[in-house]
Write a protein that binds this ligand. Sequence first.
Ligand SMILES: CC[C@@H]1C=C[C@H]2CCN(C(=O)[C@@H]3CC[C@H]4C=C[C@]5(CCCN5C(=O)[C@H](Cc5ccccc5Cl)NC(C)=O)C(=O)N43)[C@@H]2C(=O)N1CC(=O)O
Length: 113
Amino acid sequence: MGESSICQVRATVMLYDESTKRWVPAGSDSPALSRVHIYHSSSAHTFRVVGRKLQADQQVVINCPILKGMKYNQATANFHQWRDPKQVWGLNFSSKEDGAAFAKAMLYALDAL
Ligand SMILES: CC[C@@H]1C=C[C@H]2CCN(C(=O)[C@@H]3CC[C@H]4C=C[C@]5(CCCN5C(=O)[C@H](Cc5ccccc5Cl)NC(C)=O)C(=O)N43)[C@@H]2C(=O)N1CC(=O)O
């Protein structure tokens, strides 16, 4: 059984650079909008965040498992963030509605794990 998308939003995917204490766009250095999904694998009972650049190259800029017990921080209506073992991810949503939709799906996933 493959994976199904439980939400898709538009956001700029950011990573926090601990050394410079700055947010940098994930993927190539141009901050560009991506389509960000939460995929659910029902057979594996797993969820992950996958984002691809909207522009032609469709570069994958995030492919991050959602781990049980992960803390999801809605810093503002448009900017949410979480830590994985190696780094801190941030999503700068194109709208508050996208932020709310993503948060709803994320909290559903965290509750289901
Ligand atoms: C894209 C630009 C960006 C847009 C929006 C704003 C919103 C606030 N904000 C931040 O970076 C805030 C300000 C302080 C700084 C200090 C530390 C940071 C950076 C690394 C993580 N962090 C935590 O506070 C984490 C959160 C967390 C809590 C709970 C669970 C998980 C997590 Cl991740 N706290 C732990 C304990 O991990 C942080 O988010 N910080 C963003 C921001 O200013 N800008 C503008 C710019 O940078 O120009």
